[in-house]
Design a protein around this ligand. Structure first.
Ligand code: HEM
Length: 464
């Protein structure tokens, strides 16, 4: 009690933002976690912003917290990552992601792991490997879509993004027994990262802890096999996958490689498949955008035919998908796949006259700027054309953070945009689709479709 008193005496001298600390222990966590349409901030946050302003204090996830719906403070936090602020995951999440996961590391080690990931997904490899593979898996997937029978689009999108990642990480092919086994283990791991952290038998968390251990064993074996093949001179993969790249370019051990692999799957699979599902959802209500998209992709196909070059997409084709990029930017703005991130103040920080005490959590809400009418006209509207007039010099570019910003920005952002563009290319050229059952994306942290967005598709070739 005396400790708590001295704490409260300390914070009394500070100029904390207004707000309510809610109930003992749980604070306002339940209200914060309540689902709401992903193109809104939800009732809880709107109410707090109206009452207290865009920077307010609360008690969330068991810690005193500053919530920031203020675009300037959000930028300030990200630009001071690793200096004034560090990532702050609950211990249970950090344990399961692994102690050398990029998401939890700071300082030199974070920079090193990040540089491996960024180099692995650099332009050279995107052009040479990821583009070809994305096209292959997108086409295979679209061809498997049933005609006129509803199916959940999210599941199909997941197959595309998972297959792409495991092919490029471990040279595993879709449909093979080992790939399927890894997919199941990974799904169980994923569920545990977001589940309640009860480490008792039968819980999703406990299953995830076990899946993580099994995945690490699989990785250890694959690493040993590859090292052996390299010694024997029978390795034909070389640096074409992440495993080969890591063995050549680093001396990570099996656990460190496992953490990197799980981080890339975790960062890259659910996010990109959600983006693909959201694009189907938003475009459905915007036939004019579908028409313009189709025209852009037909133009690419016609141009290739005229030049007599092979039909496979090239990096130059991708760079010509200008309206497609507007559709992607708008989907990410309105979809808010990562609505917020968790950080902790490393030291006492002052901002706009408020104190952010050392040790307090801070949650920058990226979605707040994306949905702010002062930043985007008519922010609720899906309007890809707005991106044709937003240039690098407008303040709005700074406020746009679907991939975060600064030191910890998304390592896979170029890959993600390319995957979605390749999907849109083949979708627009070959399919008409409709939403078979209403299914709205609801978010607390990530947008989720309760039914996986059931759609009905019809193959129509627009290529003449
Ligand atoms: C549309 C899809 C995606 C979205 C919206 C997205 C969003 C984000 C955001 C907001 C962050 C910053 C987190 C923070 O500040 O704490 C992030 C980090 C990260 N993302 Fe993505 N991401 C996407 C796709 C991908 C893909 C395809 C990959 C890799 C294959 C990937 C790998 C990562 C990694 C490794 C980090 C951690 C970077 C670091 O800690 O420095 N992401 N992502």
């Amino acid at each position: 009690l005396s400790l708590r008193n001295s704490e409260s005496r300390k914070t009394k001298c500070l100029n904390l933002p207004p707000g309510s600390m809610g109930w003992p222990l749980i604070g306002e966590t339940i209200a914060f976690r309540r689902q709401h349409p992903c193109n809104s901030l939800g009732e809880y946050m709107e109410d707090r912003i109206n009452k207290y302003g865009r920077i307010y204090k609360s008690n969330l996830f068991g810690a005193p917290t500053i919530v920031s719906a203020d675009a300037e403070l959000n930028r300030f936090v990200l630009m001071n990552d690793d200096r004034l602020f560090v990532p702050s995951f609950p211990k249970s999440v950090a344990d399961i992601l692994g102690k050398t996961s990029m998401l939890v590391l700071t300082g030199e080690m974070h920079r090193y792991m990040k540089s491996l990931a960024v180099n692995f997904m650099g332009i050279a490899r995107l052009r040479a490997n990821f583009l070809v593979d994305s096209e292959r898996y997108v086409v295979q997937n679209l061809e498997s879509w049933p005609e006129n029978t509803p199916f959940p689009a999210k599941e199909e999108a997941c197959k595309i993004t998972f297959n792409l990642m495991v092919k490029n990480i471990l040279s595993m092919n879709p449909g093979e027994e080992e790939t399927e086994r890894l997919r199941k283990l990974y799904m169980s791991f994923m569920k545990g990262v977001i589940a309640l952290p009860l480490n008792i038998p039968g819980t999703a968390y406990r299953k995830a802890v076990k899946s993580r251990a099994t995945i690490l064993k699989v990785i250890e074996r694959l690493m040993e096999e590859r090292i052996q093949k390299k010694k024997e001179g029978t390795d034909s993969i070389g640096e074409a996958d992440l495993l080969g790249f890591i063995l050549e370019q680093s001396n990570l051990d099996a656990e460190q490689f496992g953490d990197l692999l799980l981080g890339l799957l975790f960062g890259g699979h659910e996010t990109s498949s959600t983006a693909i599902t959201l694009v189907l959802y938003f475009l459905h209500d915007c036939p004019k955008a579908v028409e313009q998209l189709r025209e852009e992709h037909l133009e690419i196909v016609r141009g290739k035919k005229q030049r007599g070059v092979p039909p496979a997409l090239t990096w130059e084709d991708y760079k010509h998908m200008e309206f497609t990029q507007c559709v992607i930017s708008e989907t990410l703005r309105l979809g808010n796949i990562i609505k917020f991130v968790h950080r902790k103040a490393n030291t006492n920080v002052q901002f706009k006259g408020y104190d952010i005490p050392s040790g307090w959590s801070i949650i920058p809400i990226f979605a707040a700027a994306h949905l702010d009418p002062a930043v985007y006209d008519n922010p609720q509207k899906f309007d890809p054309w707005r991106w044709q007039t937003i240039s690098g010099s407008t303040a709005r570019i700074d406020n746009y953070m679907p991939f975060g910003q600064g030191l910890r920005n998304c390592a896979g952002l170029e890959l993600a945009k390319m995957e979605i563009a390749v999907f849109l290319h083949h979708l627009a050229l070959n399919y008409d689709w409709e939403i078979a059952e209403p299914d709205e994306p609801l978010a607390y942290a990530f947008p989720e479709f309760a039914k996986g967005l059931p759609i009905k598709a019809r193959k129509v070739s627009f290529i003449v």
